[in-house]
Design a protein around this ligand. Sequence first.
Ligand code: ADP
Length: 351
Amino acid sequence: MSLNFKRTYKFAFKSAFYITLLSVLFIGVLSYFTFFPESEKLITFLIALAISVYIISFLVIQYRVDFFIYKKIKRIYDDVSFLESSTVINGPITTDIATLTREVKKFASDKRMEIETLKVREAYRREFLGNVSHELKTPLFTVQGYLLTLLDGAMKDKTLRKKYLQRAEKGVERLVYIVKDLDMISKLEMGDLNLNIEKFDIVETVKNVFDLLEMKAEKKNIILSFDNKYATPIYVLGDAEKIQQVITNLVVNAIKYGKENGFVEVGFDILTNGKIITRVKDNGEGIEKQNIPRLFERFYRVDKSGSRSEGGSGLGLAIVKHIIEAHNGKIHVQSQYSVGSEFSFTLEKAK
Ligand code: ADP
């Protein structure tokens, strides 16, 4: 590797000056009392001595410093740049030790930061793996349990056979649901999300979601509606498919955690900063204050027992947050325990 060295002569200049000063003083005093008692000859001798000592020591010191830098410090640079080629050797290498110290310190602090990031990532990976296996375990064991019971003889009983197969099917459905969410969240967290930004009518998107979730809502006799008549389209900029996923997750939650005979209401507001805010409101179970800050974390659930009838992957809101943030939008939640919740998010208004 050819390294670009920037020479500095300051060190050699100064050192040569001190050596000259001391040697001229010393030899001057010594000579005065021994060889040259007449001062005229002595001064000429000392001038000649000073010039030669200065030149010789300057050359020797500069040569030694260069040699030292090339041999020793270059090796440090080489070792350091061997680890990371882009950090230290970008600028010219200098014989100035202060600069070298600064650069090595910078290198060390960069490395420390890199190590911290790697540690965080490793902890994240471990936690993610733990959560994934935990999420998959329950439905997997349920399916296995029903299948084993069937094989052990329950399949001879016609009614039991149907019942257990239906339950096993429900377990598989849940597995598929979790795997799909996992796939989505890992893509989102790896920054693999290719947004296809276009202009679309968000009122239409909400209508589509209502159509898709009508049956689910009917099971709890929940009414899906708008808070107003939106007769004209409201155009926003975003990835229509991903935003539909966001609205679906929010409406699914509003139904899941909604009361029987309740409602889910969607509304829009145009903000002065050129954004559109979409609100999804329900009169369901609500969320206690202390749980609100953690809602958007992966796998976070208010009810940790897992025994409740409505169980998702715990990834729904994490996915929502990622998608909205990828659109440079903001997500907000307001909730009152046992009164209801309102989730809202912003998107860029299209012209
Ligand atoms: P899950 O798959 O458990 O629904 P989410 O990420 O979608 O995961 O939601 C996280 C938690 O937030 C839920 O477990 C639930 O306790 C709470 N939550 C989400 N939406 C609502 C809502 N509309 N009303 C009450 N609680 C909600």
